[in-house]
Design a protein around this ligand. Structure first.
Ligand SMILES: C[S@@+](CC[C@H](N)C(=O)[O-])C[C@H]1O[C@@H](n2cnc3c(N)ncnc32)[C@H](O)[C@@H]1O
Length: 386
């Protein structure tokens, strides 16, 4: 008999259907059902079997609407807190003993009847108490509560408990850096942040809240460009296979299209980059004066750099097919090495453009992610390298 595994994908309630379409298009076969509040998609599949025509490494990042994934989740139905704590602690001991760092993310469903924060706190403290009795050293390798986990590094194990309702609790344990190809798939579906929800630190210095979108993208995908499936369990691989997270670095040349009032330019300047900002309107006055910023007043769709730049960053408000064509031109002509581009939608009717976007990036990008980030409204972020 084949084992049927249950996988959970957390998403925004309105986008569960679109996520189902994405999974089917990625070759994931099996039963899919949405949670009561629609914010979780339950996928029952014998295996996450990818479409044989496609490159498995490039398919998973194409799940734009999954903000977090819980692979191989085990259900505790009608179980007491004691029972869940005993089973979860035993599973943690088996998976994490002598296996390096681990993190425990306890996630709650979003609907009104879902268990409240007290139950989540109780479960955490009881699991910790059990481990203190049975394997005290595991508490030393446990990441601080709700801290992001390094999903690109081999020895980190991510333990997730999802409190769907009072009656139904799920446990998922995944070692994202492990070598099996299915783990490579999962590594690409995982967010470092609990439930995929990035936590912005309050900052009044940037000229707009939009800066958060770029800041989040730079933290959500630490595995991009670092190679997939070429890292052994000790976290070692061929030289360059564990490249540092894709980042805007000091000295990088960055083109910011649709830059005004300057949030994204501000992020790049903070990192020591040299920025060429293009917009119809000027940026905030202090940024216009910045020694490392040049401003071109004009049409973002017409601008082309004279020679390739390190980064294209683009937050222009335009129809999605125009952004697709703009990005296609930049990556196909190798005008940039890396990119972070938002694609904005008028409604679900526009989501079809994502299929073409994924095909285009599969063809031209060395590595990429496509995700509706916590800071994205009705838009997704395409992030990657050539
Ligand atoms: C969402 S805002 C960008 C916010 C910016 N990323 C920030 O962090 O402050 C979109 C910008 O795109 C600009 N824009 C829209 N169409 C444009 C075009 N064809 N050429 C240049 N800029 C354009 C608008 O003027 C606007 O400033």
């Amino acid at each position: 008999m084949t084992d049927v595994n249950q996988h959970i994908f957390l998403c925004d309630a309105e986008r569960a259907a679109a996520l189902g379409d994405e999974l089917r298009a990625a070759g994931v076969s099996g039963e899919m059902s949405s949670g009561a509040d629609g914010a979780a998609l339950f996928v029952e599949a014998t295996a996450i079997a990818l479409n044989s025509d496609s490159d498995p490494e490039m398919l998973a990042p194409a799940l734009a609407f999954a903000r977090q994934s819980l692979p191989n989740a085990e259900l505790f139905a009608d179980a007491s807190v004691n029972h869940i704590v005993r089973c979860a602690s035993q599973a943690v001991i088996e998976a994490c003993d002598d296996a390096g760092d681990w993190a425990l993310h306890i996630l709650r469903a979003e609907d009104a009847d879902a268990p409240g924060p007290n139950r989540a706190r109780l479960l955490r403290s009881e699991i910790e108490a059990q481990l203190k009795k049975r394997r005290r050293r595991l508490l030393r390798s446990l990441a601080p509560d709700d801290a992001p986990v390094d999903v690109s590094s081999a020895p980190t194990t991510l333990v997730q408990l999802y409190l769907e309702s009072r009656e139904r609790t799920w446990l998922s344990i995944v070692r994202p850096g492990a070598q099996a190809s299915s783990d490579a798939f999962w590594r690409r579906c995982l967010s470092p942040w609990p439930g995929g929800l990035w936590q912005a630190t309050e900052n009044r210095e940037p000229p707009s809240r939009a800066y958060r979108k770029l800041a989040e993208a730079l933290e959500q995908f630490p595995w991009i460009g670092g190679g997939i499936g070429d890292v052994d369990s000790a976290g070692e691989g061929p030289p360059g296979s564990r490249g540092a997270a894709l980042a805007i670095q000091a000295g990088d040349r960055v083109v910011d299209l649709g830059a005004s009032p300057g949030g994204w330019s501000w992020v790049a300047l903070q990192r020591g980059a040299r920025v060429l900002a293009v917009d119809r309107s000027p940026l905030r006055a202090d940024l216009m004066q910045h020694a490392k910023l040049d401003f071109v007043q004009g049409d973002a769709f017409q601008y082309r750099p004279e020679s390739p730049v390190d980064w294209l960053i683009c937050d222009v408000i335009a129809f999605p097919d125009r952004i697709l064509e703009l990005l296609r031109d930049w990556v196909a002509m190798k005008r940039c090495r890396n990119f972070c581009v938002t694609v904005k939608f008028r409604g679900a009717g526009d989501y079809g453009v994502l299929v073409e976007l994924k095909n285009m990036l599969n063809k031209h990008a060395r590595d990429f992610a496509l995700r509706r980030l916590s800071e994205n409204k009705n838009e997704v972020t395409a992030f990657g390298c050539l």
